[in-house]
Design a protein around this ligand. Structure first.
Ligand SMILES: C[S@@+](CC[C@H](N)C(=O)[O-])C[C@H]1O[C@@H](n2cnc3c(N)ncnc32)[C@H](O)[C@@H]1O
Length: 258
């Protein structure tokens, strides 16, 4: 549980969008977003939905890439940060995209519309407690058509702890969860989802990537006394590795509405 309020977290995202409209406005780790974009896009290609909602779409970079790849699908991006949506709106105009609509919306409120597919990419982790995360998942469930799919990319505390334990073995300091984040628990999530969804797929998409970038590369940087750089090519090449192991926080889960 985070001791920051929903309003403070929203302020954090608004401020971040105002300060930085670059590819790093929603994440420092831009190569990891390539992995997220790939897995969401591949699943959408497989499901062939008519409508897709991106909840917590942020600056819209992932949404715009996916909507460009799937021009026949209607996309709806929601975020509670008007500053993030301004960046997203500019990107949509730049690309002349006609299949994307944006709306200012807090996912703690019922989502306006019904969709074949809904996805979140590191959005639920910005809700400060499990009760609010469950409320949002109920809203997601309500917003899906019968048999619709919820594609979830979120951070989990179990993988985060496993990865920090590995860092210790390499004499690297623990990386703390950021104060505006509240990572999910795999155990609690699986108990809660049981009545709402069928779990069709679950994989840790961050393990090998984190081993290369946050263990090997971090150790090499510490050895020569330099700060790690998110644009160092270790990240680029790590983003091409297959998914294997449990040493990272971020998972991709595919749920079908019961
Ligand atoms: C880590 S960023 C991820 C953005 C985007 N999904 C991506 O992959 O780049 C989290 C986003 O979720 C949004 N967000 C957090 N809580 C939200 C809520 N309760 N309702 C709507 N958006 C929210 C934030 O404004 C921010 O843009």
């Amino acid at each position: 549980m985070s001791d920051v309020t929903v309003d403070e977290i929203r302020k954090y995202w608004n401020e971040r969008a105002k300060k930085d409209t670059s590819a790093q406005s929603t994440t420092n780790d831009v190569y990891f977003r390539d992995i997220e974009t790939r897995v969401i896009s591949e699943y959408i290609a497989k499901l062939k939905p008519d409508s897709v909602a991106d909840l917590g779409c942020g600056d819209g970079r992932l949404l715009v890439t996916i909507a460009t790849m799937h021009p026949d699908i209607k996309f709806y991006g929601y975020d509670y940060s008007d500053e993030m949506l301004k960046i997203a709106s500019n990107l949509i105009q730049l690309k002349n995209l006609e299949n994307v609509k944006l709306q200012l919306h807090n996912i703690l409120n019922p989502i306006p519309g019904k969709f074949d597919v809904v996805y979140t990419v590191r959005c639920l982790i910005n809700l400060p407690d499990w009760e609010l995360q469950k409320k949002s998942i109920n809203n997601i469930h309500e917003s899906l058509e019968p048999g619709g799919y919820y594609l979830m990319i979120e951070n989990f505390i179990e993988g985060h702890d496993a990865f920090n334990n590995l860092r210790k073995k390499f004499n690297l300091p623990e990386i703390p969860v950021r104060k505006h984040n509240n990572y999910l628990s795999q155990k609690k999530l699986s108990e809660f989802m049981h009545d709402l969804f069928l779990l069709e797929f679950d994989v840790n998409i961050s393990s090998l990537y984190y081993v290369v970038t946050r263990i090997i590369y971090s150790r090499l940087c510490a050895d020569i006394g330099v700060e790690p750089d998110y644009f160092d090519p270790h990240h680029k090449y790590a983003s091409l590795l297959p998914f294997c192991g449990e040493f990272g926080p971020i998972r991709f889960l595919v749920y079908r509405k019961k």
